[in-house]
Design a protein around this ligand. Sequence first.
Ligand SMILES: Cc1cc2nc3c(=O)[nH]c(=O)nc-3n(C[C@H](O)[C@H](O)[C@H](O)COP(=O)(O)OP(=O)(O)OC[C@H]3O[C@@H](n4cnc5c(N)ncnc54)[C@H](O)[C@@H]3O)c2cc1C
Length: 240
Amino acid sequence: MLGFERLRGDDRQPGTQVVVYKGLNRDVIDKNAKLIQQMYNEAVKEGRLQKGDTWSGKAMQPIRSKRGNVNHIFGADSTDAGTQTQTNLAGRKSVLRMLKFLKTIPGGENASIDRMMNETATRETFRIKGEITITVRDYQKGRKFEDALCYSFYPIDLHTKDGVVPKHLKRGVVPTIPRGALIPKGSRNLMVAGRCLSSDRYANSAARVQASCMGMGQAAACTAVLAAKSSVTPPRSSLD
Ligand SMILES: Cc1cc2nc3c(=O)[nH]c(=O)nc-3n(C[C@H](O)[C@H](O)[C@H](O)COP(=O)(O)OP(=O)(O)OC[C@H]3O[C@@H](n4cnc5c(N)ncnc54)[C@H](O)[C@@H]3O)c2cc1C
């Protein structure tokens, strides 16, 4: 709305419709795990299930998960109400396919939904083009920016159409988030905090997590208060 440049990849991480199922007879299911995987593969082949209905084709994932982060909704897009609605529809369709499948497996006859989130969540959204853009190299090397405001501690965690394989940080590496990554390039009196920070896709896949977002929120708020008290715009680098 303010006309500042934004970053967004052509390719984006899949979203997830968080859902937990109940009514599953775990003893029977565990005894039939191999058969259930075969049934799953068959259902995918026949189109009753689709790629993404589990993260990486493992039938047991939605059965065993207690948190319900079990599917990948490709093309998830929270740009506006229209795209979010499409994303929600895709998420609900995935859940319905899975529920129908679970009812066909041994031990799943009474399967139903225990709980699910009211919207399909999106992992990757717009990012600002900041005064500084954190690269994956900065992140993995644990670059100590001069204007670092907070830390981010999490593996590179880019979900793709084939699942996710987190790339862990080397022992002792704790990346920093610089103030410049929270300031839209060329702006005055404006800061952001959260996964919209200025970062490339891979760095963002790590810095997007909740603890990092909270750290950025506190840091941006403190910076804003100090800037307002001194009647200046938040400085773009430590040299300003
Ligand atoms: C399926 C899934 C699983 C995840 N698992 C984990 C995990 O296990 N651990 C972890 O740490 N992170 C996890 N994450 C990542 C993490 O939850 C998010 O990246 C993080 O919460 C983003 O925080 P944020 O403050 O940037 O954005 P959000 O939490 O999305 O906050 C943005 C807020 O702005 C509000 N908003 C939007 N537009 C407007 C408007 N116009 N006016 C007013 N308000 C508005 C929204 O309603 C929302 O409340 C997961 C993400 C997903 C999608």
